[in-house]
Design a protein around this ligand. Structure first.
Ligand code: FAD
Length: 391
């Protein structure tokens, strides 16, 4: 594998690009790809139809592909026992697109996913304790890809995220914590753009999908800091998963299918105790360096509020599928922040960590998305850059 121009230690992290590329390609990516197809990790509970708290709804989406295919009522719990649905394209599955009233099998809460706590996450705006209009989405049937969501509506969200909640730090900015927030969001933004570029509608008339290398170059590769921020976000989330290892190892992944649930548990263990990962990158990010000064607690409150605002902005995303993945990934980041920076601003010992089921699902699915993006950049970035820079 050619890591291209990204070499040496990743800024503010403790591992180098080459090690991350190789351990991701050999170990993490294959493991995560399998983990996210397990019954526990492929259903995400989400409130998709909510009012934007900042401005009136401007739902703007050109393509049918914006819609989320909800889990039909009869999908539960039977399909949890019948893995044959896994690889089917969305069109082959009965789908209740864009219907806020779609029935949700709430018995799933008590039967299939028992043993999980319900507490608020101070870093995020929404949580699964609020059952009103919550629905389950099968993530495998709703891949993150190009949806046609472009223009002022999408632009307004990113503008609000960056300008009001995590402004790009000036070069020479010393406040490490503010840098972290900006880099996390920018890294996530890079990953979203990469997924759009990798699964793009090339020809609307023939419905031909494929890769759009120009888009990947224009939005991400030509800006080295966006690529660096992607690696940073990946390592940050990886560190959170490692820090929560005790909790994640003991958690219940019970969905009613003993064989599949054992497999889920085994995959989680392989992720948490991976000798290759530990050798390549023993401490992906050192959170102990943050919030040290006198203003630490105050700064943490300020950054927590900014992140909560970003989480609330996800309700303003005017395209269902983008909102789904936006909410999931921001919840995943909020979960990583909660794990690394304690629950309420005090440095609580990790034994007291409590996570919601949905937080764990979001965390692992986010890590998988970032891992996919890193793999694309590592494998295809150098040749795309060469081609584009020759033109
Ligand atoms: P945008 O990606 O909208 O970027 C806006 C501005 O932000 C850029 O001009 C640049 O100044 C800055 N910027 C861009 N990337 C970075 C970065 N990595 N770091 C720092 N600054 C940056 N569209 C889909 O097709 N599918 C999806 O699944 C999808 N999900 C979305 C989820 C969310 C939460 C949001 C807000 C939008 C989503 N979109 C999705 C829309 C998509 O992200 C773009 O907004 C859209 O494609 C228009 O792109 P653009 O070229 O105008 O640049």
């Amino acid at each position: 594998q050619d890591s291209g121009k990204y070499k040496g230690v990743i800024e503010d992290c403790c591992c180098d690009y080459e090690s991350v590329d190789s351990v991701n390609g050999e170990v993490l990516h294959p493991l995560l790809q399998e983990l996210v197809t397990t019954p526990f990790f492929r259903y995400f509970k989400v409130k998709l139809w909510c009012d934007c708290p900042f401005w009136p709804d401007d739902g703007m989406c050109r393509l049918r592909d914006c819609s989320v295919c909800e889990c039909p009522e009869n999908e539960f719990p039977e399909p949890l026992k019948k893995p044959f649905l896994y690889g089917l394209p969305a069109d082959d599955v009965a789908c209740q697109e864009g219907n806020p009233q779609a029935a949700v099998d709430r018995t799933l809460d008590s039967r299939a996913f028992k043993g999980w706590i319900e507490t608020d996450n101070p870093w995020t705006n929404d949580d699964e304790t609020d059952n009103d209009e919550m629905t389950y989405v099968n993530l495998l049937l709703n891949p993150e890809r190009y949806t046609g969501y472009v223009g002022p509506s999408a632009r307004r969200i990113w503008d609000a995220v960056y300008s009001e909640n995590c402004p790009k730090y000036p070069s020479g900015e010393m406040c490490q914590e503010k840098k972290v927030l900006y880099k996390l969001i920018s890294g996530l933004h890079s990953s979203i753009s990469i997924h759009i570029a990798v699964d793009y509608l090339l020809d609307e008339s023939t419905n031909k999908w494929g890769q759009n290398p120009e888009l990947m170059y224009d939005r991400v590769l030509r800006y080295p800091d966006r690529v660096r921020n992607l690696y940073f976000t990946f390592l940050f989330v990886l560190r959170a998963v490692a820090k929560a290892a005790d909790y994640l190892e003991q958690a219940e992944y019970d969905t009613g299918n003993h064989t599949e649930d054992l497999e889920t548990q085994s995959l989680v263990r392989q992720l948490l105790h991976n000798p290759k990962l530990q050798a390549a990158c023993p401490l992906p990010f050192d959170e102990a360096k943050l919030w040290q000064g006198q203003s630490g607690p105050e700064l943490k409150q300020q950054i927590q509020k900014q992140f909560r605002n970003i989480s609330a902005l996800m309700d303003c995303v005017g395209c269902e599928k983008c909102r789904l993945w936006g909410k999931l990934q921001v919840l995943g980041l909020g979960t990583a922040l909660k794990i690394l920076f304690s629950v309420d601003g005090q440095n609580q010992p990790s034994e007291s960590l409590q996570l919601q089921r949905n937080e764990v699902i979001a965390l692992v699915n986010l890590l998988n998305r970032l891992s996919e993006s890193i793999k694309y950049v590592c494998e295809q970035g150098p040749s795309i850059e060469k081609t584009m820079e020759r033109q």
